[in-house]
Design a protein around this ligand. Structure first.
Ligand SMILES: N[C@@H](CCC(=O)N[C@@H](CS)C(=O)NCC(=O)O)C(=O)O
Length: 285
């Protein structure tokens, strides 16, 4: 029996992807919380030894690390074929393209795919968490970040205390585009994104939609503009794995920051997002 230890953070897209895969496959594991922006624990030497890119998640299998979330998901799927209940049911171009689109690929730019947009729309919260630390500590730690293009981004965000001007507005356009693409993809009328069976693509999409909800873009889910997404969200967020892998692992660090940003209301950029969605939908019709 393998000994699995998962290193992750509660409100992290890629950690949620992996926890969801573990929950769907009913595989037990030990868990180590690695705090990110609020403390910079992922940038310390002991974690860097496990994951030179200094990002979460990492899974150790009998002490040996596997670093990319998608590789971890593929590994456990292969190790636990589960009588054919597979998260990666085939290796077709169609399935791999969908995974690429939904995966948080740190080599791509923010907003390029739905997967990288999840990070982009989180920047206001990340900025507030970074601001809990003195600027020079952030500067010292992030110049050693294992993903080159993230070094400057985090330092600038800490300096400004929020997203650089224009960036969040741009993210609203990207998010609108990816939501409409997903809405159209779901026109196939099947229960899950890749068809009748739950797959790894559903782990990724559930987590992205959770991020959209968590960032308080509530209108997306009201069933008016994007009915297929609404229906899909209802299906995946009522599966036991959603609470087990996502809600039960929240650190509690995000909620006060979201309250400070938006009170008890919706994201202040909701109208801009909705406007973008409507423009894209109108152009299509
Ligand atoms: N491609 C990587 C991306 C992992 C990633 O970007 N993790 C984020 C949290 S979702 C992280 O560690 N952020 C902290 C940082 O970059 O400093 C994977 O899927 O494992």
């Amino acid at each position: 029996m393998n000994n699995y230890v998962l290193y992750g953070y509660g409100e992290s897209v890629a950690s949620n992807d992996v926890r969801l895969a573990f929950a769907e496959k009913n595989i037990p594991y030990d868990y180590n919380l690695v705090r990110l922006e609020s403390t910079g624990d992922h940038l310390k030497d002991d974690y860097r030894k496990l994951n030179p890119k200094t990002i979460v998640p990492t899974l150790t299998v009998n002490g040996k690390p596997i670093c990319e979330s998608i590789d971890i998901m593929k590994f456990i799927d292969k190790e636990h074929p589960d009588g054919g209940k597979l998260l990666f049911p085939d290796d077709s171009d169609k399935f791999n393209e969908l995974l690429d689109y939904l995966f948080l690929d740190d080599k791509k730019d923010l907003g390029d795919t739905f997967g990288t947009t999840g990070g982009g729309i989180s920047v206001p919260v990340l900025a507030r968490l970074l601001c809990k630390r003195p600027f020079f500590d952030v500067l010292r730690d992030y110049t050693k970040h294992g993903v080159k293009k993230r070094k400057l981004i985090f330092i600038v965000v800490r300096l400004l205390g929020g997203p650089p001007p224009g960036l969040y507005k741009k993210m609203m356009y990207f998010l609108a585009k990816h939501l409409v693409y997903t809405e159209n993809y779901l026109k196939h009328g099947k229960e899950f994104i890749y068809g009748d069976k739950y797959t790894a693509a559903d782990c990724l999409l559930t987590v992205l939609l959770h991020r959209v909800y968590e960032m308080r873009f509530y209108d997306v889910f009201d069933g008016k503009m994007l009915p297929n997404i609404s229906k899909y969200w209802n299906t995946v967020s009522t599966r036991p794995s959603y609470k087990e892998a996502i809600i039960d692992y929240e650190t509690g660090e995000w909620k006060p920051e979201l309250d400070a940003l938006y009170g008890d209301g919706a994201n202040t950029y909701s109208e801009i997002l909705i406007d973008n969605i409507n423009k894209i939908l109108n152009k299509e019709n």
